[in-house]
Design a binder for this molecule. Structure first.
Ligand code: GSH
Length: 245
């Protein structure tokens, strides 16, 4: 429960998650903030994200969702920003001149990079079942063009921002987001990741290595079976419960 003075009692947050899904970004953020939360598994093997029970939680049928004292939230960036504002952590303060650019990049990652990854991972949802159409979409997404409409171009833009905008003492919500992004680029779709080389993005590579040393990353990796270096040298998950795909 939220009190008038803004205090949020323990048990207030429930993260609806599946291992190695976008919920990983929210879990990493909650761990970094040190706030108490519980989790509820969305059973992807049973396609629970499409079922009526989960749609009552997130009408978009996407993972994650976060139960908060203000109701259920969905959309990763919205959850991150709300948590950051609520707990006053992990983003430039409201009156900081850095906030304008930071929010621009956060929404770029959410609206463009994450959306590109969705097209790469679930091409059938965008161009239907035709294999040639799926191949064409994939080839366009991974082409080495210097445009934000391709993943290499978009990642290059974020890399340029992170260079000089990462706090060594604690990661921002944007860095938690990007740590999961570079993990997924290295792993998925399984067997089709040759286009991605983390060392081509030096600031993101340094960020991933730095985040891997955080106690929050260890907690997340243990909970979801992500291995010892989940962001800089990821391996496919071996989750203690649930399924990533
Ligand atoms: N725009 C959403 C995207 C979330 C998303 O793509 N979640 C994936 C898992 S990583 C999902 O729910 N996939 C299942 C599906 O598309 O049916 C967000 O930012 O939260």
């Amino acid at each position: 429960m939220m009190r008038a003075d803004g205090y949020i009692a323990p048990m207030a947050y429930v993260l609806h998650y599946a291992p190695d899904n976008a919920s990983l970004i929210v879990r990493m953020t909650l761990e970094e903030m040190g706030v108490y939360y519980t989790t509820a598994l969305v059973d992807r093997a049973a396609r629970a994200q499409n079922g009526a029970a989960y749609r009552a939680i997130n009408p978009a049928g996407l993972i994650p969702a976060l139960e908060t004292p203000h109701g259920v939230m969905f959309e990763t960036a919205a959850i991150l920003l709300w948590l950051s504002d609520t707990h006053g952590q992990m983003a430039p303060a409201q009156n900081s001149p850095e906030r304008a650019r930071f929010l621009s990049m956060l929404f770029f990652v959410s609206n463009t990079v994450h959306a590109q990854l969705r097209m790469l991972f679930y091409p059938e949802k965008y161009v239907g079942e035709n294999p040639a159409a799926q191949r064409a979409l994939r080839e366009r997404l991974i082409s080495q063009h210097d445009t934000a409409m391709t993943l290499p171009g978009a990642l290059g833009l974020v890399d340029a921002y992170i260079d000089g905008h990462s706090a060594p003492e604690a990661p921002s919500i944007l860095e938690c987001y990007m740590a999961a992004v570079v993990r997924w680029c290295a792993l998925y779709p399984i067997g089709q990741t040759a286009w991605f080389n983390l060392s081509a993005y030096p600031a993101l590579a340094a960020m991933a290595a730095r985040l891997d040393t955080r106690p929050a990353a260890h907690a997340v990796a243990q909970a979801e079976g992500l291995g010892p270096t989940p962001f800089s040298r990821p391996v496919l998950p071996n989750p203690p419960e649930g399924s990533a795909l």
